[in-house]
Design a binder for this molecule. Structure first.
Ligand SMILES: NC(=O)c1ccc[n+]([C@@H]2O[C@H](COP(=O)([O-])OP(=O)(O)OC[C@H]3O[C@@H](n4cnc5c(N)ncnc54)[C@H](OP(=O)(O)O)[C@@H]3O)[C@@H](O)[C@H]2O)c1
Length: 399
């Protein structure tokens, strides 16, 4: 029996993890759950799964949750809150596997503490690896515990790497769907609406990752994630646009052999792989190979999608730069979702934040969080200045 804590249980990956657990009640037990602000879903999950511990972001929501559980006659669930609450869920003594699926740096401390507590971690939260991957992977090595990627591309690479040794790897190929604007001319990017950007062609995911997929920043994050998880240089990680998202990624070995992983586009499969690793168990997720007609590939256009270029540059620099990349992107994406900036202004905010930041290595999670906070403040300031400027009446030329 694998005893599981889920960080981000109310999100897309969190719910898919619970769906996997539901399918294999004899193999998985849910020990602790951590949610953000979705009180209703957190309450329903508590009722269904009866975890030993449940964390919610705010103290007031934790009070409401306790009262509702009591009213429903449900006892034995310890309700906690905030960062300390998510850390308690991540390090719960009864759990041996932690699914890290909070979005953004909000999940960083809990993920790091799970690794430090010697848990096996299934990692979906790529922003954690972008911001503090060097620290997290070093700690996992110290603990002698695997970090198992849930992100479909890295999960695919992990599977392909079982076909050879790391010294035999020539290149890692990360495939990218290209997002909803693959064929949209760059000149039209300024008119892209939030609704259009949230309409991903192949995957149903949370809002941040969906917008990041539309700018290709998600792929840039994945390049950094691959470097950190598999200890390869950025120059050995190449992105290939593959609109069908059938092949989830590939590994090329020094003898010229290329191993690819393909399957249905269903996140329950990489989650199941991580939860059962190194075993594989029976599932009903089937890909109809007989109906496969063609696979298309093309090079990504880094002029049209500058976020990918920025991510490669940050990956080469490492340290503070990847923290700034993630923090500025998180702020810029939130501003786009709120209508404060246009879609085509997202890369500019990030580039400015990167240019304004120092480079240097970060030695602790506290230093990462400090650099993260500074980059956020900078990006927020630039967004305020931009919105103020665009609200000002345009100067008219006097002829
Ligand atoms: N979805 C995918 O297919 C997919 C694929 C690969 C990688 N990933 C990665 O997996 C992570 C999760 O993605 P997602 O699509 O599942 O996102 P999502 O649907 O937006 O879910 C995010 C989760 O994080 C929780 N959360 C947010 N802020 C929090 C806080 N301060 N404290 C505690 N919990 C907090 C949310 O809680 P509430 O909803 O309760 O507020 C929710 O449970 C991201 O890093 C993403 O890049 C996702």
């Amino acid at each position: 029996m694998t005893r599981i804590s889920i960080l981000g249980s109310t999100g897309s990956i969190g719910r898919s993890t619970l769906s996997v657990a539901e399918s294999y009640p004899e193999r998985f037990q849910i020990v602790a759950l951590a949610a953000g602000a979705n009180l209703e879903t957190a309450f329903e999950q508590a009722r269904r799964w009866r975890p030993q511990m449940l964390s919610i972001a705010s103290e007031s929501d934790a009070d409401i949750l306790r009262a509702r559980l009591k009213q429903a006659g449900i006892s034995g669930i310890e309700v906690v809150h905030g960062t300390r609450g998510t850390v308690s869920v991540a390090t719960h003594p009864q759990s041996d596997f932690v699914v890290s699926a909070i979005v953004g740096v909000a999940g960083l401390e809990a993920t790091y503490e799970a690794v430090r507590a010697g848990k096996t971690v299934g990692i979906a939260n790529k922003e954690c690896l972008v911001a503090a991957g060097e620290l997290i992977t070093a700690e996992a090595r110290r603990q002698g515990k695997p970090l198992l990627p849930i992100d479909s591309e890295h999960n695919a690479v992990h599977q392909c790497l079982r076909g050879g040794r790391m010294e035999e790897v020539e290149r890692v190929w990360l495939t990218a769907s290209g997002g909803p604007f693959l064929n949209t001319p760059r000149s039209e990017f300024k008119n892209i609406t939030v609704e259009q950007a949230l309409n991903h062609p192949t995957w149903k995911m949370g809002k941040r990752i969906t917008i990041d997929s539309a700018t290709l920043m998600n792929k840039g994050f994945e390049v950094i994630e691959a470097c950190r998880l598999f200890h390869v240089a950025p120059s050995k990680v190449q992105v290939l646009v593959h609109p069908q998202s059938t092949i989830h990624s590939m590994v090329e070995f020094v003898d010229g052999s290329i191993l690819a992983q393909f399957s249905v586009t269903d996140m329950r499969l990489p989650i199941l792989y991580a939860l059962t690793y190194p075993e594989r168990i029976q599932s009903d997720m089937r890909f109809d190979v007989g109906n496969l007609r063609h696979l298309d590939f093309q090079q990504p256009d880094m002029n049209k999608f500058p976020c990918l270029r920025l991510a490669y540059e940050a990956a080469e620099a490492g340290g503070t730069k990847t923290v700034v990349l993630n923090a500025a992107d998180e702020v810029a994406v939130a501003a786009f979702l709120e209508g404060a900036i246009r879609f085509n202004e997202i890369p500019g905010i990030i580039e400015e934040a990167l240019a304004a930041s120092n480079s240097g290595m970060l030695r602790s999670i506290a230093e990462v969080l400090e650099a993260d906070g500074a980059a956020r403040r900078y990006a927020q300031k630039r967004i305020r200045e931009k919105s103020k400027k665009s609200a000002e009446p345009r100067a008219t030329s006097v002829g």
